[in-house]
Write a protein that binds this ligand. Sequence first.
Ligand code: UGA
Length: 443
Amino acid sequence: MNVCIVGTGYVGLVSAACFAEMGNRVVCVDVNPSVVETLKAGKVHIYEPGLEELVRRNNEQERLHFTTSLEEGMADSEVVFITVGTPQAVDGTCDLSHVEAVAREIGQCMTAPKIVVDKSTVPVGTADRVRAIIAGELGRRGVDIAFDVVSNPEFLKEGDAVGDFMKPDRVIVGSDDENSAKVLGALYAPFARSRDKLIIMGVRSAEMTKYAANCMLATKISFINEIANICERVGADVSEVRTGIGSDSRIGYSFIYPGAGYGGSCFPKDVKALISTADAHGYDARLIRSVDEVNNAQKHVLADKIIAYFAEQGGVSGRTLALWGIAFKANTDDIREASSVEVIRDLTGLGMKVRAFDPVAGERAREELGRLANLEIVDSQYEMLDGADALAVVTDWNQFRNPDFARIRTLLAAPVVFDGRNLYQPVRMGREGFAYFSIGRTP
Ligand code: UGA
């Protein structure tokens, strides 16, 4: 099949590379010429395990192409995916300007029937809006070309994006048109191998499914974080409680890991967007609003523990914290809405010096946080511990899971560890001679 993908972010580029890998001819369109040049050279501008190899191979084998021209991208394509960014607007709603601009250009370039697919995360009703924009442009040109707009939300996770796309739990196709659903079903057949993985539904239900899924997952995380906060106060251990409740198959083990709050470009934005959508339709989404509030507070829990610990020793001002993990989670260089940023802001704002290390997000952090006073972003995991008053772990990178504790103890000025992801066992840390503070577990 000939496919055009507009936007080469995580969703666009991963979808393009995976469709190409299955033998389709895919043209990726991006407005940024330097991104297009980088991709043509077989390099990838985002950090995503396994993606660069996939892009390079399919590029070399001429199934994957890159261009800045939507007209060129659309020329032979039966299906056009919109995978551009939908950032959060200042008022918490979803900013659709990029999606709308692409829809306008599609209407201006279309010369033959197309299936247009909304894959960006977009509020309910956007497919209708895209349809109206394209129809408006065709009308202005005085041409009558058949087209359909389908909703096909994406559920991949950063860091596992290629694997998630190749082996999805489900593929959602929101379409009121039998032929469009059939074409999308054929395109996804190599991925959604068992028939029941392809779920066809109404367009608005598909759009809503994306928000409901992300809000449900965010709810699980805020729920366990709230339980963790109660555990600390009553002397229970949230890790034990997690195992206890996860064993109930109705609850399950996944996405109930407590921590320093959820971040990234999806949960925080999508939770706020659904609250706004509900508001706009006269409904107060109280539960989802609370999920957001709990998370906003949770991002400060680790810094509060550090502040409380040093309060008895004259405060954090002038002291140095070594911080491991800046990315919003492991296996990504993405620091959008990362909990580390709140920890850093809280502490540097009080005059604490923070030395931060991340296995891959250091460069990005330097670009975005480099100007913050009292913050130094460093490249070595151990040397940065030298003389620091404590270590805080904020991201669950594997290389932090089993570190050289003896070396940490020797380098730190005092053996104090704050663990925002519960990577270590309190008993072991006690045995290793550390004062150890984690989430939802009494020291
Ligand atoms: C999330 C969803 O998991 C994907 O299904 C969805 O497609 C994507 O958003 C999106 O809408 O594009 P992502 O943001 O890449 O994926 O990352 P997650 O693995 O879901 O993690 C999000 C945050 O939750 C991270 O900060 C992570 O540390 C935190 N988290 C996750 C927890 O605190 N506890 C958990 O048990 C799980």
